[in-house]
Design a protein around this ligand. Sequence first.
Ligand SMILES: NC(=O)c1ccc[n+]([C@@H]2O[C@H](COP(=O)([O-])OP(=O)(O)OC[C@H]3O[C@@H](n4cnc5c(N)ncnc54)[C@H](OP(=O)(O)O)[C@@H]3O)[C@@H](O)[C@H]2O)c1
Length: 183
Amino acid sequence: MKIATVGRGNIGGGLGDLWEQAGHEVTRLGKDGGDVSGADAVLLAVPGGAVADALEKVQGLEGKTVIDATNLIGAEPPSGFASNAEFVKSKTNGPTAKSFNLNFARLYDQLGQAKSRPCNIWSGDEEARDTVEQLIRDAGYEPVYAGGLENAPAQEAAIKLFFGIVQGGPGPFFYRMAPPEEL
Ligand SMILES: NC(=O)c1ccc[n+]([C@@H]2O[C@H](COP(=O)([O-])OP(=O)(O)OC[C@H]3O[C@@H](n4cnc5c(N)ncnc54)[C@H](OP(=O)(O)O)[C@@H]3O)[C@@H](O)[C@H]2O)c1
């Protein structure tokens, strides 16, 4: 698959590496933007408050399957939208999914050592399922479907719970989300 990442930091760069190892062709874009018209799938991995600005600088998004990995930390979705993911869909009119926002990039290099595949929760359009679930598996996770794009606001809000769980110490749920070696 040809993948473009909008954002090439911990998430965009890290997933780009994992997907290349799985045989995909990855183009990484940074603050200067670029053209994604040749991509089969686009990953959005910029700061949560920079989504509108980032998409302004990207050409060729119309109709694309987009996976939005952003979290809203000290930021709100663009005005009139309950989530970044729904804003993304309004700009692309293509299959849209929320995923990879509840898994920490610092564990990417340990995924291969996990005794069982950690879960990766995604919500979004049915039309995005095949692409999203393949890319979740190819990154080393097991996909867990959490409903349509109307659930993206809840998935974005869930990062607060995950931070709370991590700060509270490992429990049975955390064991399913992180390689045991990390604990
Ligand atoms: N780190 C994690 O474990 C983690 C986990 C789940 C979700 N997330 C979410 O994923 C997103 C990315 O996190 P990250 O840790 O990968 O961040 P990061 O390492 O700081 O990388 C951010 C990327 O976004 C680009 N960028 C920044 N401002 C931009 C703008 N205005 N327009 C276009 N591109 C812009 C940067 O471009 P340049 O390369 O040109 O500087 C960089 O490539 C955030 O929303 C974060 O909350 C992070």
